[in-house]
Design a binder for this molecule. Structure first.
Ligand code: ZN
Length: 228
């Protein structure tokens, strides 16, 4: 058996360690350098080890993405908007504009973070009001207030009386992902759980929800890299 396995794209390298005392597989990611290692019983087959790590791929990517280096916001840096990386450049006038692959921000470096954050929040408010109302209409529902947060633990949430919360960082993700999160929250207004019935509702208004969900699992950490 090789002592290294690679899975997925971009590939994750997994260091294998056979251990006579090990009774089951155990996967570890070093907090220091992100090295992934799998301890496995002496008599395991490579195919079993592969199947095991494939099941854990989502978990591994989530953990690895948390170890991304923070990106400091400054002019000349690139930042995600709707899934595209745009260069932050000096703008004129009063508002932030998107033009030819650039995000044009007026004002000084000192104002940059504040202005960008306000830009993402304003955009998020417009988009999430539109998408939430759109999906709510499909079910003949009315939505309550919409608020924006910056939470690490969840991309959206809702209350039984129809108040919806979204992370404004989702504006960095592709639009289809933003829509998926809206569909996800609006469906909770009918089913306040993650039952099969709930996922059937999500599928009815967001047919590609599985790949969108996976996108967030794999890439969600990227949205938190930016020090805004
Ligand atoms: Zn949910």
């Amino acid at each position: 058996m090789n002592d290294i396995l690679m899975i997925g794209n971009p590939p994750i390298t997994i260091h294998l360690r056979k251990n006579t005392l090990a009774k089951r597989y155990s996967l570890r990611i070093s907090n220091k350098d992100g090295k992934v290692s799998l301890t496995l019983p002496q008599l395991s087959k490579i195919s079993e080890a592969e199947a095991f790590i494939r099941e854990q791929e989502g978990w591994m990517r989530k953990h690895l993405s948390r170890q991304l280096q923070p990106i400091l916001i400054k002019f000349g840096e690139r930042i995600l908007l709707d899934g595209e990386k745009l260069r932050i450049s000096h703008g004129t006038g009063r508002t932030v504009k998107v033009l030819n692959g650039e995000l044009l921000v007026p004002g000084s470096s000192l104002q940059l973070c504040g202005k960008l954050k306000a830009f993402y929040k304003t955009l998020a408010r417009e988009r999430f009001i539109a998408s939430s109302e759109h999906y709510a209409n499909v079910f003949g529902l009315k939505i309550g207030s919409i608020s924006l947060r910056d939470t690490r633990s969840r991309w959206g949430s809702c209350t039984s009386d129809g108040r919806l919360m979204y992370s404004w960082r989702l504006m960095m993700a592709p639009v289809r992902i933003q829509n998926y999160v809206s569909a996800h929250e609006v469906c909770h207004l009918i089913e306040m759980n993650h039952s099969d019935a709930y996922w059937a509702l999500v599928k009815s208004i967001s047919p590609n929800f599985k790949s969108d969900k996976q996108w967030l699992k794999v890439n969600g950490g990227l949205l938190h890299q930016y020090q805004l």
